[in-house]
Design a protein around this ligand. Structure first.
Ligand SMILES: C[S@@+](CC[C@H](N)C(=O)[O-])C[C@H]1O[C@@H](n2cnc3c(N)ncnc32)[C@H](O)[C@@H]1O
Length: 398
C-alpha cells in the first residue's frame, strides 16, 4: 500500500517529454512556451517541460507540433538486472496503470552495464505485475517490416494498449508512459489522404516557422489532402488539434474524465476574419480536401478549387502566406523532370503574389532554386514519412 507521503510525491511535477521531428525542436519549444508550459527546454529529439498529469493531457490536446507526449514517471540508476528489478518495483505502478488494460514494455540500452533490452523489459513487466497484483495483460508485439493483414488487425486491436518505455543510458534508467497512443499527427478528423500527405504536426511547425499566427490568409496551390489549409484555418479559429481523438492516457488509472472534459471544453473558438485557400490540378485531391475540412469543422472558412498552378491568382483581400509542398523527386536524379514545374510555379508567384510571403517544402535544393524565388537561409532538413524535406522561405515579395 502507498503511504500518504508516496501519494504526495506522485502529485509533484515531473518531467514531460514532447517528442519533436528532429531538427524542429526549437520550433516546438516556442509553441510550448506560448501555451504556458513550465520550463520548456529544447533537447535532442524533443522538448522537456514540467507539470503534472493535467499538463500531460493539455499537451496532447493543445500542442500542434508534438509527435507524442511522454510522462517521465521514474528515473534511477541501475547497474545490473537485480537492481533494475528492485528499483522498478518502487515505481507507483498501481496509481498509473489499470490491471485490465494491455501494457507493452519497450526497453533500450545504450552505453550501460545492462545491455540486454529484452531482459530489462521482462524485469519491468514483472515489477508491474507484482505491484498491480495481477499478471499484466500483454499487448501484441509491434509489427515490424511489411505488415501482413493479421498484424494490422492485431495493431488495430492494440490501440487500447498503454506503452511503457524504459531507456537505460549510461546506467541511468528512465521510465516513461506514452500518454498519446497513436501519433499526434493523427488529429482524428482526416479520413482521406493522398499519396504523399504532409504530417499535420510537421505542417503546423512549418507554418509556425513561417511566422504564421492565424491572422493572415493562407494559399496552398498544390494542396493534396488539404493539410496546410486545414491546419491554418484551425490555428486562426483557435480550435484545439486534439479535440476529435482519443489518447492512451484515457486508459490510465489516474485519468479524471470530469477534469478532462473541462479541459477539452475550455476556450472559445472564434470565426477567423480571413480565409484559407487550397487548389490542386487533381480533382480527387480537391474532393478529399473538402471532405477533410468538413470533418475538421473548418469548411465555412476554407475554399478548395480544382485548377493547375498556372491558373492561380491571389484571392481578394489582404496578402498573406503561400505555403506549398510540390511533388518531390523521390529518387536521386528524378527531381530533374520536376524543374520546369518548380520554375513555372516560381514565375507565377513572382508575377502575381506581390506582398505575399512564400514557404516551399521540398527535398532537393535544386528544385527550390529552380523557382528563382528570393529565399533566405535554408531551413533544416526534416523527415516527413521517410523523405527528408526542407522549408525554403522568402520575405515579402516585391
Ligand atoms: C506532395 S503533394 C502535396 C501534399 C499535401 N501537402 C498534403 O498534405 O496532402 C503534391 C500535390 O501537387 C499536385 N500538383 C502537381 N502538379 C501540379 C500542378 N501543375 N498544379 C497544381 N497541382 C499540382 C498533386 O496533384 C499533389 O496533390
Amino acid at each position: 500500500m502507498n503511504t500518504d507521503q508516496d501519494k504526495t510525491a506522485a502529485a509533484q511535477p515531473f518531467e514531460i517529454f514532447l517528442v519533436a521531428a528532429p531538427g524542429l525542436e526549437s520550433v516546438l519549444c516556442a509553441e510550448a512556451r506560448e501555451r504556458g508550459f513550465a520550463n520548456p527546454t529544447a533537447v535532442k529529439g524533443g522538448v522537456t517541460v514540467t507539470g503534472g498529469w493535467p499538463e500531460v493531457w493539455r499537451a496532447n490536446l493543445e500542442l500542434r507540433g508534438a509527435t507524442r507526449v511522454l510522462a517521465r514517471i521514474a528515473s534511477f540508476r541501475a547497474l545490473h538486472l537485480a537492481q533494475l528489478d528492485k528499483r522498478a518495483r518502487r515505481v507507483p505502478w498501481a496509481e498509473i496503470l489499470r490491471a485490465d488494460v494491455p501494457v507493452r514494455v519497450e526497453a533500450s540500452c545504450k552505453a550501460s552495464r545492462i545491455y540486454h533490452a529484452g531482459a530489462a523489459a521482462q524485469r519491468i513487466e514483472r515489477a508491474i505485475a507484482e505491484e498491480l497484483g495481477a499478471p499484466i495483460v500483454k499487448a501484441a508485439p509491434k509489427p515490424t517490416g511489411k505488415k501482413p493483414a493479421k498484424d494490422m488487425e492485431a495493431e488495430a486491436e492494440d490501440t487500447r494498449a498503454v506503452q511503457i518505455k524504459a531507456r537505460i543510458d549510461d546506467d541511468l534508467c528512465t521510465i516513461s508512459v506514452d500518454s498519446s497512443g497513436e501519433s499526434l499527427h493523427k488529429r482524428g478528423h482526416k479520413e482521406a489522404v493522398n499519396k504523399a500527405p504532409m504530417r499535420e504536426t510537421l505542417a503546423a511547425l512549418f507554418l509556425r516557422q513561417c511566422g504564421y499566427d492565424g491572422r493572415e490568409p493562407v494559399v496552398d496551390p498544390m494542396c493534396g489532402s488539404g493539410t496546410f489549409v486545414i491546419e491554418a484555418a484551425e490555428i486562426a479559429a483557435g480550435l484545439k488539434p486534439g479535440r476529435s481523438r482519443h489518447f492512451a492516457f484515457e486508459q490510465l488509472a489516474n485519468f479524471d474524465p470530469a477534469l478532462w472534459q473541462s479541459l477539452r471544453a475550455g476556450g472559445t473558438p472564434t470565426a477567423p476574419t480571413v480565409r484559407f485557400y487550397g487548389s490542386d490540378r487533381d480533382a480527387g485531391a480537391i474532393a478529399m480536401s473538402r471532405a477533410n475540412a468538413e470533418r475538421a469543422g473548418v469548411s465555412a472558412w476554407t475554399e478548395f478549387t480544382h485548377h493547375a498552378i498556372s491558373d492561380l491568382t491571389p484571392p481578394e483581400g489582404p496578402p498573406g502566406l503561400v505555403i506549398v509542398n510540390p511533388p518531390y523527386g523521390a529518387r536521386i536524379g528524378e527531381g530533374k523532370s520536376l524543374i520546369p514545374l518548380y520554375h513555372a510555379m516560381g514565375q507565377t508567384l513572382k508575377a502575381r503574389f506581390a506582398g505575399w510571403r512564400v514557404g516551399i517544402i521540398t527535398n532537393e535544393a535544386a528544385l527550390a532554386k529552380a523557382t528563382e524565388l528570393p529565399f533566405g537561409e535554408d531551413g533544416v532538413s526534416v523527415s516527413n514519412g521517410g523523405i527528408r524535406v526542407t522549408l525554403y522561405q522568402t520575405g515579402v515579395l516585391g
